[in-house]
Design a protein around this ligand. Structure first.
Ligand code: SAM
Length: 163
């Protein structure tokens, strides 16, 4: 990516509908070493730099219990990405793929997800490794990684349904 809004050879933009409010609330801010998309990793690494997730009030109480998990799924809003491409050229070589066949930040709803390793927690601050977003990226949600999470609710019929 050489800029946030340029179109590459053979990429296809559409006249995207005006975004409507899906009712999302930003619950915090992500602090990383990266000020430019050109410096961000394409995908976060668990041996990458420690980044900081700052959870804002009134959501701090919602962190209770999160320290039990080594890995956390982080959802964030890639706020500087354009939202109108249906074909993209990740290699910037004229070869394109559909937007839903790549993990580029450019998508109709620019939601990024990463599984991070929890390094430490001090109140509303989580230090984690494994992120790949710009400093100041808005935080959407945190969930325990499903691999380390056992449902607490009693089983229901659908849990056993196959076929
Ligand atoms: N790991 C997430 C995923 O797979 O859903 C995001 C992957 S995306 C390829 C990561 C890239 O998005 C970064 O390398 C950077 O170029 C870009 N990016 C990061 N933060 C951004 C932001 N806040 N707005 C727009 N683009 C961003």
């Amino acid at each position: 990516m050489t800029g946030l809004s340029e179109i590459r050879c053979n990429e296809v933009a559409i006249d995207a509908p005006t975004p409507t409010d899906a009712g999302l609330v930003f619950i915090g801010t992500i602090r990383t070493p990266w000020k430019s998309p050109l410096d961000c990793p394409h995908q976060g690494r668990h041996d990458g730099p420690t980044c900081r997730i700052e959870v804002h009030e009134p959501w701090v109480a919602a962190l209770d219990g999160i320290d039990e998990f080594q890995r956390i799924e982080v959802l964030y809003w890639l706020h500087e990405a354009r939202r109108d491409l249906v074909r993209q050229s990740p290699g910037d070589d004229g070869n394109t793929r559909g937007t839903f066949a790549v993990r580029s930040p450019v998508r109709p709803n620019p939601i990024g997800t990463s599984i991070v390793v929890l390094v430490s927690r001090q109140g509303p601050i989580l230090d984690v490794r494994g992120l790949d977003c710009l400093d100041g990226t808005p935080l959407l949600d945190l969930k325990p990684d499903r691999m380390g999470f056992k449902p607490i609710a009693p089983p229901r019929r659908g849990d056993f349904e196959t076929g």
